[in-house]
Design a protein around this ligand. Structure first.
Ligand SMILES: NC(=O)c1ccc[n+]([C@@H]2O[C@H](COP(=O)([O-])OP(=O)(O)OC[C@H]3O[C@@H](n4cnc5c(N)ncnc54)[C@H](OP(=O)(O)O)[C@@H]3O)[C@@H](O)[C@H]2O)c1
Length: 231
């Protein structure tokens, strides 16, 4: 069955690759991006591959955009089968937890953790039974992996995102909506850099699987490479 799937931060990187794969499978992709030119360019890139999607202007760090996105999706589609909270930032000045200032901390938490919470709140009324929420997280947010010493505020934001995923999973389970977090691994994107070992196709694979597998999914879990991993 074709699904209606909204992906945030879908103009490039893992989000764009997920949009490309999902549109290629025949799903109705809502390609959300904060910048109109970059959003349109992404649509044009899909069109060059013979693929179509709908573009939605959505800056996840703008509170006014959450309800606006819900209004647009309701008007144009009537429901949303899958929400992929993919947009994220990793700031170059995020190097030392002992000196990280409030602007860096607030911006990183707002984009990477609080926006996925509030956007999910806004869109949850449109999710039917069987609906899914996918949080694009990171092993950097794990509480069982060794602490790596890299981008500490980013890692804390993903720990918070994982906690939010578990709470949302609990809150939505009676409606048969699953909420799961996933780690794409270290991926060659603008964020991951050129030395990362994984391609965007590898990075998007578990996300696409969580969005579309016909198998029943557990909820409130953390995945990498289509397998559950510890929080
Ligand atoms: N790459 C990795 O190795 C890796 C590893 C683990 C987890 N992840 C996670 O995977 C996700 C995608 O990362 P990526 O590697 O594909 O990074 P990327 O290439 O830098 O792409 C990030 C995307 O997020 C968007 N974005 C940032 N802030 C936004 C906002 N306020 N509103 C809307 N969109 C916003 C960006 O839009 P603009 O183009 O407008 O900036 C871009 O489309 C992130 O959540 C990241 O934390 C990545």
């Amino acid at each position: 069955m074709n699904k209606i799937i909204l992906i945030t931060g879908a103009n490039k990187g893992i989000g764009f690759e997920a949009a490309r794969q999902l549109a290629g499978q025949g799903h109705q992709v809502i390609l959300a991006a904060r910048n109109p030119e970059r959003g349109q360019a992404a649509l044009a890139a899909l069109a060059q591959n013979g693929l179509t999607a709908t573009w939605l202007e959505l800056d996840v760090a703008q509170p006014a955009h959450w309800a606006r996105a819900a209004t647009t999706v309701r008007r144009d589609f009537g429901r949303l089968d899958v929400l992929v909270n993919n947009a994220g930032i990793l700031r170059p000045d995020d190097r030392d937890i002992l000196t990280a200032g409030p602007e860096l901390v607030q911006a990183t938490l707002a984009t990477n953790a609080l926006a996925p919470l509030h956007l999910t709140q806004a869109l949850a009324p449109l999710l039917p039974a069987g609906g899914r929420v996918v949080m694009v997280s990171s092993g950097g947010g794990s509480l069982t992996d060794p602490v790596g010493g890299w981008s500490p505020v980013y890692c804390v934001s993903k720990t918070l995102l994982n906690g939010i995923a578990r709470q949302l999973a609990h809150a939505l389970q009676d409606r048969q909506i699953t909420v799961n977090a996933m780690c794409p691994g270290w991926v060659r994107t603008d964020m991951g850099g050129r030395n990362a070992p994984r391609s965007v196709a590898q990075g998007a694979d578990t996300l696409v699987w969580l969005a579309t597998t016909p198998n029943q999914l557990p909820t409130g879990r953390f995945f990498r490479d289509r397998k559950e991993i510890p929080w």
